[in-house]
Design a protein around this ligand. Sequence first.
Ligand code: PMP
Length: 404
Amino acid sequence: MLDIQSIREDFPILASQVHGKPLIYLDNAATTQKPRSVVERIENGYYHVNANIHRGVHFLSQAATEAHEEARKTVQRFIHAYSSNEIIFTRGTTEAINLVASSFTEACLCEGDEIILSEMEHHSNIVPWQMQAARKGITIKFIPVTETGELCMDTYRSLFSERTRLVSVTHVSNVLGTVNPVREMIDFAHSREVPILLDGAQAVSHIPVDVQELDVEFYVFSAHKLYGPTGIGVLYGKEDWLDRLPPYQGGGEMIATVSFEKTTFNELPFKFEAGTPDYIGSTAFAAAIEYVEKLGLSHIAAYEQELLTYATEQLSAFEGLRIFGQAPDKSAVLSFLLRDIHPYDMGMLLDRLGIAVRTGHHCAQPLMKALGIEGTVRASFAVYNTKEEIDRLIEGVDRVAGMF
Ligand code: PMP
């Protein structure tokens, strides 16, 4: 189905060496590598289509504006949004959540109101809410995680009260790989007339997302985990919700009129995009989406599942190995600990063999606390990884095991 060798050739970095060994890149949940088409789009943008957008009457400015707005439509198509007005470009997932936390709290929350998060959230879906909660006296409730790394759905339902105003949870866990039952979660929240935000940072490169079918109020993700550039991401919001929220930042682009006395704000999506946007990044983002669409997200997902199953089987053979995240529905993330070997030792020794894995708390300290551990070793797979690379990982783990 997918020609993995030819896909690998699209990613020049995969041919490089680390410490004299061929690079084996298994840190894709942190960021993915970039195909030539994405890097070439950036180069082409700066060499041939660079001018500040939206305000120019001259040719280059109009060409750059067109490319940027085309990119917005590409994102709209990718997540099946109803309108391109619902696609707000941000610096990434983190900024998108900060935007909603700030504007939603301003417009919709009063002292004593409650929001629901989960124990498996990335810090970027905890800290912005805590900052707002402190400002306005809001209570945050957390859905606990079971031993298999799934959300405890009975508790989820029981956390709702008359004061619940929003649910904000991750679609896929960056530590456990768990694909959360978002259909069920959205339906329940809506039955209580509560809107929901999904953090799709770990989902969009593995799962086809249709925001209209999900009927989700807010959906956020970053380009760089989807083979795209760093520094750009998306807030999707239903238009009526975005209309209701006040702007996040003030400045150029987001205004309609300004006088010394008063400012009126621009319409969507520009109301939320203060300042010069990353109009080169947006076009490279579109190139990444086109790349993924060309391969087919369902083919990518099926192949990554093969890698996950293979790696899970191989790793499970080690005595004293614990895998964190055993949900039946999992994306290609494998978090583990071997005996009492510290994750940093494992990570550093694997690095000497050219193998890049991530170690530590993965920006999810509350989850680590709930699991009763300090951190894990995390191997995460992308479409360009191979079973041979997993064999090298297993050999590496075996070598490290023998040293302790
Ligand atoms: N949420 C999740 C689930 C993540 O995995 C990450 C990145 N590790 C983020 C949010 C933050 O993404 P970014 O740093 O691109 O803003």
